[in-house]
Structures are given as C-alpha cells and as structure tokens.
Design a protein around this ligand. Structure first.
Ligand SMILES: [Mg+2]
Ligand SMILES: [Zn+2]
Length: 178
C-alpha cells in the first residue's frame, strides 16, 4: 500500500496560537483539500497524526474534537478525497506519554494499524517536532512552509528533510516522482 502521514494544524488547516477549539475555528488552508483528493485518487492511504494537547489543557472536550474531525472528513470528502484515520495525542507536554510529537508513538501506531513498514513513507509537518517524530520512525520527512513552517525552517531539520511551499507542492513532487 501507499501510505502518507500528515500533521493536521498548519498542514491541512490554519493553525492558531490560541488552539483550534471548535468546528468554526477549523478552516482548511487554500489547496489542502484538493491536495488530499489528489493523493486519494493516486491510491494513497492518508493518515493524520496530530498533537491535541488542548484536550489535556481543558480547552475543548472529546465531543468537540470529534465534531472538528467530522468537519475535516466532510470537507475532504466534498473535495473528492478521503482521510483514512486521525491518530491523536490528547496529552499535555508534561504527561510523559510516548505519543506526543517529537516522540514517534503515533507513527508506530499507524504502522501497526496498517501493518506497513514506515521506511520511506512520506510524513508531512509544519513543525520541527513533526519532522523529528517522522525521522525517528523511519519516515521521509517533508516540511511545509504553511503554519509554523517558516519558523521551523530556521531550526535544525532532520537529515533528508525535504521542503515544500505547502501540501499541494508536496503532492506535486510525490506524483511527479511516481
Ligand atoms: Mg502543525
Ligand atoms: Zn500522548
């Protein structure tokens, strides 16, 4: 199977320093839904891995997060694509969990769920911690310059990280190489 792993905030939708706390605050980035649709139509299984510490911080509850993700799935479907599953870390930074990026726990969960080897699986993020988690798990890290991406670009990127303007540009490159 062809698998791709996407971060959510700053890759698919606008990020917010104040957290995305409601369906209304979840706003797709220009071109991201179409980019996912192109992946789906090219045979990719699209999985999302997202830190959602807003749950631990009490900024929103699980029902609200489910409603946000229902909107995500609905808008992706309307664009002609599909997100197979959304993996999330609900913990805060001090919980000591193994799923919060930059740790790779969610990526390993994804590998188990789909029974795939992650070597070379593209993993797209806008923050250094996405790329670190991806690299640790053996994925091929891609940095997009949407969301926090411009800031992250100034940090020390894991070796082999590729940089693209946005998710559409990642998809352009992947489909061109296929
Ligand atoms: Mg992000
Ligand atoms: Zn966690």
């Amino acid at each position: 199977m062809k698998l791709i792993i996407l971060d959510r905030d700053g890759v698919i939708n606008q990020d917010s320093d104040a957290f995305v706390k409601s369906p209304d605050e979840w706003v797709a980035l220009p071109g991201s839904l179409t980019a996912i649709a192109r992946l789906t139509q090219a045979g990719y299984t699209v999985a999302v891995a997202t830190n959602q510490s807003g749950l631990a911080r009490g900024l929103f509850d699980t029902a609200t997060l489910n409603a946000i993700h229902a909107k995500l799935h609905r808008e992706v479907a309307q664009a002609g694509g599909a997100v197979s599953a959304i993996f999330l870390c609900p913990h805060g930074p001090k919980a000591g969990c193994t799923c919060r990026k930059p740790l790779p726990g969610m990526y390993y969960d994804i590998a188990r769920r789909y029974d795939v080897n992650l070597n070379g699986v593209p993993a797209v993020g806008d923050s250094l911690r996405d790329l670190q988690a991806a690299a640790t798990a053996g994925c091929a890290p891609w940095l997009v310059l949407t969301g926090n991406g411009a800031k992250a670009q100034q940090g020390e990127l894991p070796p082999g990280t590729r940089v693209a303007t946005d998710l559409s540009a990642v998809v352009d490159a992947l489909l061109q190489e296929a």
